[in-house]
Design a protein around this ligand. Structure first.
Ligand code: SAH
Length: 225
């Protein structure tokens, strides 16, 4: 997909060069999937944060996006996308926790359709604005509690949860295709802040779980706001 996003390139810390440096760093940090690196090189991350933080958008750090939430650090976005993709183009991706819409935009470049759910209404509006600005037409964003059972028959080949779950959000597993994967930061026992990236794969006979890197996410919360 060729996109004309050149007009978003600023100068200095919001330039295409700064973004290319971020991608080089992601490669050094072990991200191997070239399709993911290409997507991260394309999406202007600085439009997803407040203007006063735009000069820090390409640092490897989470940043505040208001309402007590954060945009995930670039490495986390890249790693989760790589784990979700497992080297293949995705058809339907379900994301829980749209936040700024940045991870959504990256997913939109590696999947045919992205369905994303956010519990905070004000962030839904923000994310929607950012995604429209980029003219990403293969994304549907919904206001709701993505950890609860959803009234949709959606079958996804990947589910990406971008908030830290204390318990596995089991209601989501029924939306996963056989061969599909859910990537979720799952709490390390006894900690409310520290999680491990966990991959749950749906097989013909059940589910397989794999526990990976330690991460720090804002919590997955019930209800809407
Ligand atoms: N992917 C985002 C990161 C968002 S931070 C980005 O790239 O900017 C996590 C987001 O999950 C927050 O916006 C939070 O409001 C949302 N969230 C937490 N619990 C949720 C739930 N049960 N359903 C939907 N969204 C939820």
């Amino acid at each position: 997909m060729q996109r004309d996003w050149g007009r978003f390139n600023g100068i200095g810390m919001t330039s295409a060069r700064t973004r290319a440096r971020m991608v080089a760093r992601l490669r050094e940090q072990g991200i191997r999937d070239e399709t993911v690196l290409t997507a991260m090189n394309a999406v202007p991350r600085h439009i997803f944060v407040e203007e006063s933080l735009a000069s820090r958008a390409y640092e490897d750090t989470p940043l505040p996006i208001g309402h007590g939430q954060t945009i995930s650090q670039p490495w986390v976005v890249a790693r989760m996308t790589e784990l979700a993709r497992q080297g293949k183009r995705l058809q339907n991706v379900l994301e829980i926790g749209s936040g700024s819409g940045y991870q959504t935009a990256v997913l939109a470049l590696v999947a045919d359709h992205v369905y994303t759910v956010e519990r905070i209404g004000a962030l839904v509006a923000k994310a929607r604005r950012h995604l429209r600005e980029l003219n990403l037409t293969n994304v549907a964003i919904m206001h709701g509690d993505g950890s609860a059972a959803m009234e949709t028959s959606l079958q996804a080949d990947a589910i990406v949860v971008t908030a830290g779950a204390t318990l596995l959000p089991e209601a989501l597993l029924m939306h996963l295709d056989v061969g599909g994967r859910m990537v979720v930061p799952l709490a390390v026992e006894g900690s409310s802040e520290l999680q491990r990236l966990t991959v749950i794969e749906r097989t013909a006979n059940g589910f397989k779980e794999q526990t990976l890197e330690a991460v720090r996410f804002v919590p997955l919360l019930p209800g809407t706001a």
